[in-house]
Design a protein around this ligand. Structure first.
Ligand code: TRP
Length: 355
């Protein structure tokens, strides 16, 4: 689904008692998306999904899940890390402009109803389906199933529970998450058909830049590969990292004609400096802008995006309890909704034995 389509759908409805000039808008549709808390968020997260969340939070009833149980599928042996990471992700969300008035931020492990849904869904998902999931498959190809935990094999099921506890309509994600959304849709179809039509099939919304390359120019931007620019990097750090980014290897002198289509820095201009893209492309190809100048302009463009993020982060850091309060309240609100969904699910599955 693309943006123009999205905007053409009538998403907002005035409630009946809306008076003139009264912005009492009710959001009709829901978004659920989120992240595994494994550390600081970076520019890959920003273009992968944060950007869409920021835009859409005003139109959709938005839920952001900090998927700490999903993080445990790989980090179960580092229990000291998780608390920091959960706080870090919440702070990054708010710093980037997620508005707690518009968006509900929640922690996955604090809502046992999500775990309940996971168990119920696990009965209607085959092992074979999970083994065909590309993330599971590549892990199995690398290390074999002997080493894989039951929790890791089943994490797409747990992600289906994340998405469906609030009956999300739309899931903004990076391209690598598409198989998980497809799995969720399969579960929903099977559940509805077997029991009762409780759920709707969620739609993915893929970002403008499906996959952001890292500073090494080879791999996807990721923390583990040390090729990332973090949302909380300082102005100087951004400049230093951008200067280290891979460029067109065929370009030795500043006056050599460049090949933007193979240049990491140009990919970043496309992602973060769209207004100047045409000019930079032209000048690179003509050899009238050198890589150093081109990188300086990119660092400036990124720092311009980061300026309001830095200011907002500081505002939150000045009120140390506020971030926690927002997450606790968001989780409470989400838990209520999850409880209603579990009740419906149990009723549909005839698991309600006593009045
Ligand atoms: N798997 C996602 C990631 O690795 C994180 C995630 C967990 C998620 N639950 C979700 C994303 C539900 C979208 C919807 O980035």
């Amino acid at each position: 689904m693309c943006y123009s389509n999205l905007y053409s759908i009538k998403l907002l409805r005035y409630s009946q008692d809306t008076k003139e000039g009264d912005f009492n808008l009710e959001k009709e549709k829901r978004i659920l998306t989120g992240d595994r808390p494994t550390g600081k968020l970076h520019l890959g997260h920003y273009v992968g999904s944060l950007e869409n969340r920021l835009k859409l939070q005003h139109e959709y009833d938005t839920f952001l899940i900090i998927a700490d149980i999903q993080a445990l599928t790989t980090n179960f042996d580092q229990p000291d890390k998780l608390s920091n990471d959960v706080h870090q992700v919440a702070e990054d969300y708010l710093a980037v402009g997620i508005d707690p008035e518009e968006t509900t931020i929640l922690v996955q492990s604090m809502i046992p109803e999500i775990a309940e849904l996971t168990i119920f869904y696990s009965m209607i998902v085959t092992v074979n389906q999970l083994q065909r999931n590309p993330t599971i498959k590549s892990e199995a190809d690398q290390y074999g199933y002997r080493e894989m935990s039951y929790g890791f094999l089943g994490y797409p099921v747990s992600q289906a529970a994340d998405i469906t506890f609030c009956k999300a309509d739309l899931v903004p994600v990076g391209q690598d998450q598409l198989p998980h959304i497809e799995q969720t849709r399969k579960i929903v179809r099977k559940f509805n058909q077997l029991y009762k039509p409780v759920f709707k099939e969620p739609e993915p919304l893929i970002s403008r830049i499906p996959r952001l390359v890292g500073l090494d120019g080879e791999n996807k931007m990721s923390k583990s590969l040390d090729n990332a620019i973090y949302l909380n990097d300082s102005k100087k750090e951004v400049e230093k990292k951008v200067m280290s980014a891979k460029t067109d290897p065929a370009r030795v002198r500043a006056t050599d004609p460049g090949h933007p289509e193979v240049c990491t820095v140009f990919e970043y201009h496309r992602a973060f400096n769209e207004d100047n893209l045409k000019e930079i492309e032209k000048r690179c190809k003509a050899g009238t802008i050198g890589c150093v100048d081109c990188k300086k302009r990119l660092a400036n463009a990124i720092n311009e995006i980061f300026e309001p993020i830095r200011a907002r982060r500081q505002q939150y850091l000045n009120k140390p309890d506020l971030v926690d309060e927002i997450v606790i309240n968001g989780t409470k609100k989400a838990k209520k909704i999850a409880k209603e969904t579990v009740n419906e699910v149990k009723e549909a599955m005839k698991l309600n034995y006593f009045k």
